[in-house]
Design a protein around this ligand. Structure first.
Ligand SMILES: *[C@@H]1O[C@H](CO)[C@@H](O)[C@H](O)[C@H]1NC(C)=O
Ligand SMILES: *[C@@H]1O[C@H](CO)[C@@H](O)[C@H](O)[C@H]1NC(C)=O
Ligand SMILES: *[C@@H]1O[C@H](CO)[C@@H](O)[C@H](O)[C@H]1NC(C)=O
Ligand SMILES: *[C@@H]1O[C@H](CO)[C@@H](O)[C@H](O)[C@H]1NC(C)=O
Ligand SMILES: *[C@@H]1O[C@H](CO)[C@@H](O)[C@H](O)[C@H]1NC(C)=O
Ligand SMILES: *[C@@H]1O[C@H](CO)[C@@H](O)[C@H](O)[C@H]1NC(C)=O
Ligand SMILES: *[C@@H]1O[C@H](CO)[C@@H](O)[C@H](O)[C@H]1NC(C)=O
Ligand SMILES: *[C@@H]1O[C@H](CO)[C@@H](O)[C@H](O)[C@H]1NC(C)=O
Ligand SMILES: *[C@@H]1O[C@H](CO)[C@@H](O)[C@H](O)[C@H]1NC(C)=O
Ligand SMILES: *[C@@H]1O[C@H](CO)[C@@H](O)[C@H](O)[C@H]1NC(C)=O
Ligand SMILES: *[C@@H]1O[C@H](CO)[C@@H](O)[C@H](O)[C@H]1NC(C)=O
Ligand SMILES: *[C@@H]1O[C@H](CO)[C@@H](O)[C@H](O)[C@H]1NC(C)=O
Length: 643
């Protein structure tokens, strides 16, 4: 252990990793944002970089190029043209606050005052007003260049505490500065922790537009049929991947459901042809839509699409790799370097080398900036950090959301401290940085190589220790990154090093992730990666054992990258079920104190593609197997709680 003096010095050093404005200076919201993005080296690319659409008229630009249009959360008044709208509530989402609810909404322009939400317990009596805060960032292109009903630049967060548990809340967002008020909407708050009663959570990852229509359709249907909340483990909209528009003869397109892209993977041939005459460069393929070319518009429209779900049930998120920056890697001819670093926006510009440094993306597209503004997870309410880590409870279960992207040793998104090998007194030179350099979002309390020095890791451990298992016998965790898969990758080892022992010691019943674009159900795995056969009752029944962890990958909501495929790699014996063909999401049903079921719902028809029932050990010991002897000491309490 380091002495506290060294710890304090290191912590202070970490806090100074980026230059920040003097504390005495009052900061505008834009300045506040810039504090978290390093601008020591200039951004050299085009003002509007990654092909965001300058012309967003719903009918296209008049040159036969159809634009994607998504209804805003608040629809224009009847007979009002979207072209005449000056400000609008385009996105509405809710999330869980202990003992309350968070409401988030987005507009293209400011609303002239602090955001307010009117709410109450019946439609006719919205007698309470809750007030919150607005944030903004200098997105590119700004909404002044866009259609007002298709763009978000002001992000409004209203926390409503002290709501009766398990109640339906009626709420209305008046907005301001010319917006139309929302309808009176409803959202259900969580029952008190420990409250018995079955509920369903919807789990999803890697959710773009292309191929994702079925996922959206059936998630909405489940939400309308009473699902408690959605839990999205990252790659939320798959910003920078783009949108593939429909042609009549394509099966795969915006909002479509299919398993492969047209043309040969990964980039459809259609995208290699020049744009039609008159079409601005960087707007993607000739047939409409974009690939690796959009950023803010992708967020805008995806969030509008999802508002149907997120205004109705709490929509919980954790970050994924797509949230980090405008780009993650370059094309084979370094097209992104050509555009972003050499400012060459011609259709097929290339560069001899890839130079996607941290400074290659515009400042507003670095370090999770869009993600930090576009959601309101309010992690602080449970001692966590913003949209990066936090916990929430619903009835019999505790849910731990955390970041598999930053804030642990060898995280996939490196911080500058990783780049300088832990030396907090220097900042890396330009060429030593990379586009996705991000975080840390929490404190670092010592040597960066020790996972236990990261605030996030400590928080998870403490949060698990705090769980009262009589109250919430179930504990689930999710981040974007898997710890195991038949698609083996080095980040999985880093994930295991940081989190596996903590989750097992903390009694987590199942760990969910995505990132790999398929559905994969592991056998229960011990901390050393071996199959815990004592925790397997049958092909479809696992025991939530203290000695192992159940891992599920649900990375197949659908996006332009299509599916991951195993190819010629072997299916490892740690994998119980692998589905490389379907899109969809997970339905986690907590039935009671001892039984829960995870079902993979197929986007093609809403049917079950796989399921696994998870039972508590005490129930297992009533069955034929006597393998859960170690549970004997608490067996009595658990048996009692079954009644
Ligand atoms: C990039 O190119 C555009 C158009 O040629 C030019 O207006 C702009 O100033 C250039 N940006 C930089 C940073 O050089
Ligand atoms: C109100 O909206 C207009 C655009 O319609 C915008 O230019 C203006 O800045 C907004 N006012 C405030 C106070 O945000
Ligand atoms: C809530 O706001 C509305 C209008 O914005 C106002 O009429 C009402 O008096 C407010 N209610 C409370 C309890 O402040
Ligand atoms: C946000 O709004 C609340 C309620 O108006 C206020 O108490 C709080 O200080 C604000 N927080 C920030 C960070 O501005
Ligand atoms: C996917 O595309 C193939 C080939 O075009 C087609 O036969 C199939 O029906 C499509 N599947 C779905 C689910 O749309
Ligand atoms: C770029 O496209 C133009 C016009 O289609 C073509 O003449 C040129 O050879 C292409 N350059 C590269 C590097 O592909
Ligand atoms: C560009 O990348 C090359 C090769 O990775 C590297 O040697 C060079 O220093 C980089 N240049 C800049 C300006 O980043
Ligand atoms: C940055 O480059 C300078 C020389 O150009 C070098 O002296 C310095 O050590 C470098 N800093 C880092 C952090 O690599
Ligand atoms: C990212 O933002 C966080 C604060 O939110 C800051 O601590 C960190 O230094 C930033 N990292 C980078 C690489 O910009
Ligand atoms: C941090 O820990 C690593 C590995 O344990 C060690 O090699 C390194 O010297 C340590 N750094 C500091 C500053 O103590
Ligand atoms: C745990 O929860 C149960 C049921 O709500 C309660 O009776 C008990 O006091 C709690 N235990 C602790 C240590 O808070
Ligand atoms: C793996 O862990 C299990 C349970 O902790 C243990 O029984 C087994 O011996 C371990 N195997 C190896 C190869 O370490």
């Amino acid at each position: 252990m380091l002495t506290s003096v060294v710890l304090a010095a290191l912590a202070a050093g970490a806090a100074q990793a980026l230059p920040s404005p003097p504390a005495s200076t009052p900061l505008t919201k834009l300045e506040l944002h810039k504090r978290y993005v390093d601008e020591r080296f200039p951004y050299k690319g085009p003002a509007v970089p990654v092909g965001d659409w300058l012309d967003q008229t719903p009918q296209g630009n008049g040159k036969g190029y159809q634009r994607l249009y998504k209804d805003p959360a608040v629809l224009p008044a009847p007979n009002v043209s979207v072209l005449s709208i000056k400000n609008n509530i385009n996105v509405i989402s809710t999330s869980l606050l202990p003992g309350g609810i968070n409401v988030h909404f987005q507009t293209p322009f400011g609303i002239g005052a602090d955001p307010v939400v009117h709410w109450g317990y019946s439609e006719g009596e919205l007698s309470n007003n809750a007030t919150g805060n607005t944030t903004t960032y200098d997105r590119t292109p700004p909404c002044s260049m866009m259609l007002a009903t298709q763009c978000s630049q002001f992000f409004h967060n209203v926390a409503i505490p002290n709501i009766k548990p398990g109640s339906t809340v009626y709420y209305q967002i008046p907005g301001g500065n010319g917006t139309r008020p929302s309808d009176v909407l409803t959202v259900k708050t969580a029952p008190a922790p420990g409250q018995d009663g079955e509920f369903e959570a919807l789990l999803v990852n890697d959710f773009g537009y292309t191929n994702a229509h079925g996922t959206h359709q059936y998630m909405l249907e489940h939400a309308q049929n009473g699902a408690a909340f959605a839990w999205h483990g990252g790659d939320i909209s798959c910003a920078y991947e783009g949108i593939l528009a429909c042609e009549p003869d394509w099966d795969v397109c915006v909002d479509g459901v299919n398993t492969t892209l047209p043309g040969s993977a990964p980039v459809p041939e259609e995208y290699l042809s020049p744009l039609p005459a008159g079409e601005p460069a960087n707007q993607g393929g000739p047939l409409g839509g974009d690939i690796s070319q959009v950023y803010e518009s992708n967020w805008d429209l995806w969030q509008q699409w999802m508002s149907q779900i997120s205004k109705l049930i709490p929509y919980q998120t954790t970050p994924g790799n797509h949230e980090a920056a405008c780009a993650e890697f370059d094309g084979s001819n370094h097209e992104l370097t050509a555009m972003l670093v050499h400012n060459d926006t011609s259709f097929n510009a290339t560069s001899p080398t890839a130079n996607l440094t941290y400074y290659a993306c515009p400042p507003s597209q670095r370090n999770f900036t869009a993600y930090n503004h576009r959601f309101f997870m309010n992690g602080e309410a449970t001692g966590g950090r913003g949209n990066h880590w936090g916990s929430f409870k619903w009835g019999l279960a505790t849910f731990i959301s955390f970041s598999g992207e930053t804030d642990f040793y060898q995280s996939p998104e490196d911080s500058f401290l990783d780049v300088t090998k832990g030396n907090a007194s220097i900042l890396p030179n330009e060429t030593a940085t990379f586009a996705t350099n991000s975080g840390p979002f929490g404190e670092l309390y010592g040597n960066y190589t020790d996972n236990m020095n990261y605030e996030q890791v400590r928080w998870i451990k403490n949060e698990l220790a705090k769980v009262n298992r009589t109250e919430t016998p179930w504990v689930f965790a999710m981040s974007h990154r898997p710890m195991y898969s038949s698609e083996v990758s080095s980040y999985q080892k880093h994930m295991r090093n940081a989190f596996q022992q903590i989750l097992i010691d903390g009694g987590v019943d199942a760990y969910f992730s995505g990132h790999i674009h398929w559905y994969e159900r592991m056998w229960p795995l011990t901390v050393n990666g071996t199959v815990d056969s004592s925790a397997i009752k049958s092909n479809h029944t696992y025991v939530a054992s203290k000695n192992s962890l159940i891992h599920l990958i649900e990375g197949n909501a659908g996006n332009v990258e299509s599916h991951s495929t195993l190819g010629n790699a072997p299916l490892l014996n740690t994998t119980a079920v692998l589905d490389q063909d379907n899109y969809g999401f997970g339905s986690l049903r907590i039935h009671n104190r001892t039984t829960a079921t995870y079902t993979f719902i197929k986007g093609s028809d809403g049917s079950a593609g796989d399921y696994v029932t998870i039972v508590k050990p005490s129930q297992d010991s009533q069955g034929s197997q006597g393998s859960q002897n170690s549970q004997g000491s608490n067996g009595k309490g658990s048996q009692k709680s079954q009644n």
